[in-house]
Design a binder for this molecule. Structure first.
Ligand code: 5AD
Ligand code: SF4
Length: 446
């Protein structure tokens, strides 16, 4: 299994592994040892399709080499490039056996059987009327065994149609997994040792899952129910859209200590003109007010975001508005990108595309500011005592690593029995992308 792209793909790869397990497949690290190679692709980055075709060229050599040794290799392309390119993949890379979109993973065993029978290629990139959530078996736990932190997909797809984005075309309409299925999987994960769950969805806070009572549950309601699972200490969710940040979810940040004070809430731009052109459905000031409300509920809430520079029509003044928003809000972490054309999306055909050198300059200035803010944020926790959830060993002998509430990796000297437990740590030092600290002895009341 080769996985590119977002956490959703990481999760999907694990689920494909699950559905293939009954057929006798188990993951291997070395593709030359694999009877089946699945390339799980991502379409959001630039020249995504080209990267896939070049990787397929490499995998073809492996397939041919194995074939001379009399060993068969099933080659499958999954994920968003498979969804977007479909037939094109089989035209340009006829040695591929299976092409499947993100909505059809539950049919993978069927496709493997078909490919074996037919000896030809199988393609399945439908958006079936039935929800894939109803058909995927709930994972039995091996995927998370031994892990302290895990992802759990609760929502898929997006109806927002931002001008620049392929997701609504590749992942389809919003769909939410039923509450009972989410809770059952969460309980299994906790039983296998998971202490921190990140709920995943392209638009996770648009979650509207069918509840056991027949009603529709919001993400907030789901979070309250998850917080009641004994042993589940921490809950996170991503990615959220500012438009779907409901009052109940904002209040949950006040009421649920398990809801971690770190929120990925992409804003993309700080200019109202560009936000409008992007079809984001809110203004820059509405975003500022939303952040104020969240921080009023949870004063230690840290924010992360995505930004795009050079969206068609972005002027110097628009870009300055983005810089101003960043200064106003202050981000603990951010991902930033130069706008790049995705064929078939509204912005692709827009006039006033921004020149590449202008995009470069803007990205540099933006990233310098965001880096400054990230360093300042990490510095601000030095000399605090923070609860750290330990996840495993560090690189150096005798070193253990864990996560702060704000997702920073924290290193301490300690022993293996820390794994899976939360301990207070006095943060002593900021390293480039992590923190170092010392375990604090917990006070025993006299
Ligand atoms: N160009 C640049 N960045 C993009 N993103 C999505 N589509 C594009 C594009 N066409 C970025 C957005 C999104 C993140 C996952 O990727 O910032 O939030
Ligand atoms: Fe893409 Fe916009 Fe949907 Fe996010 S909200 S997945 S950027 S269309």
């Amino acid at each position: 299994m080769i996985t590119w792209g977002c956490q959703m793909n990481v999760y999907d790869s694990a689920r494909m592994t699950d559905v293939l397990r009954p057929l006798g497949y188990a993951p291997v690290d070395d593709p030359t040892q694999a009877d089946m190679i699945i390339l799980n692709t991502c379409h959001i980055r630039d020249r995504a399709a080209e990267k896939v075709f070049s990787e397929l060229g490499r995998l073809r050599l492996i397939k041919e080499e194995r074939s001379t040794e009399g060993r068969k290799t099933v080659l499958a392309v999954a994920g968003c490039v498979a969804q977007a390119e479909g037939e094109q993949i089989l035209k340009r890379a006829p040695f591929v056996d299976i092409v499947l979109g993100p909505q059809t993973y539950h049919r993978l065993p069927e496709m493997v059987a078909k490919a074996a029978r037919a000896g030809g290629s199988v393609i399945d990139t439908d958006f079936p009327a039935e929800q894939k959530f109803d058909f995927l078996p709930d994972s039995e736990g091996p995927q998370t065994a031994g892990n302290v932190t895990a992802f759990l997909t609760v929502q898929e797809g997006c109806d927002k149609f931002c001008s620049f984005c392929v997701v609504p075309y590749t992942r389809g309409a919003e769909a939410s997994r039923p509450v009972a299925s989410v809770l059952a999987e969460a309980r299994r994960m906790v039983a296998s040792g998971v202490r921190e769950l990140t709920l995943l969805g392209q638009n996770v806070n648009a979650y509207h899952g069918e509840g056991p009572d027949g009603g529709t549950w919001s993400l907030a309601r789901l979070a309250y129910a998850l917080a009641d699972i004994p042993g589940l200490e921490r809950i996170r969710y991503m990615t959220s859209h500012p438009r779907d940040m409901g009052d109940d979810l904002i209040a949950a940040h006040r009421d649920l200590p398990a809801l971690m004070p770190f929120l990925h809430l992409p804003v993309q731009s700080g200019s109202d003109n560009i936000l409008r052109a992007m079809n984001r459905g809110h203004t820059a000031d509405e975003y500022r007010r939303l952040v104020d409300r969240l921080r009023a509920m949870r004063p230690d809430l840290a924010l992360s975001s995505d930004f795009i520079v050079g969206h068609p029509g972005e002027t110097d003044a628009d870009f300055e508005e983005t810089m101003r928003l960043i200064r106003d809000v202050g981000f603990a972490l951010a991902y930033s990108f130069k706008y790049s054309i995705r064929p078939g999306t509204p912005a692709a055909g827009a006039p006033l595309q921004v020149a590449e050198n202008v995009k470069d300059e803007r990205l540099q200035a933006l990233q310098a500011l965001l880096r400054e803010q990230q360093d300042a944020f990490n510095q601000s926790v030095v000399s605090l005592t923070a609860p750290v959830l330990f996840t495993g060993r560090g690189r150096k002998p005798g070193q253990m690593v864990g996560r702060s509430p704000w997702l920073q990796p924290v290193h301490v000297n300690g022993s293996d029995d820390l794994v899976g437990t939360i301990h207070p740590v006095l943060i002593t030092e900021r390293l480039s992308n992590s923190l170092a600290g010392n375990l604090v002895k917990e006070c025993v009341p006299a």
